[in-house]
Design a protein around this ligand. Sequence first.
Ligand code: FES
Length: 149
Amino acid sequence: MNDKGHLPEERRTFLKYLIGGGLIGFAGSVLYPLFAFLKPPKQADVEVTSASAGKLSEFEKGTGKIVRFGNKPLLVIRMPNGEVKAFSATCTHFDCTVQYKKDLEIIWCACHNGKYDLNGKNIAGPPPRPLDEYRVVMKGDEILISKKA
Ligand code: FES
């Protein structure tokens, strides 16, 4: 401090950095554990070769449902003509879960209005590529889904 009661410029600058650094460190020590808690843990892919999508007799025509294939969601659609199709339910844009829109007869992604036709082809919006299609096999009344070769 000089004789007029002011800190020299270098000391003032040093104190600014010291206080600023302390605040940043404090904020980091509070926010990092919060973000680490909120971030979902990484899951390893669960390798499966087939999965059941339930019974055909309980699957109404013109509806779709999400089923698990390992740890991935699949969209299984029973078309109005009765045919069953299965696609990856993960949008090829930013990984939102897609859904079957009965009224428009499309597969729709609500996140950014992405649209796919009922062959999984991206037809509108930002999705850059088609959805992966899975093979559907009937075993009696049971719908079995497997990866296409
Ligand atoms: S995540 Fe599906 S359109 Fe963007």
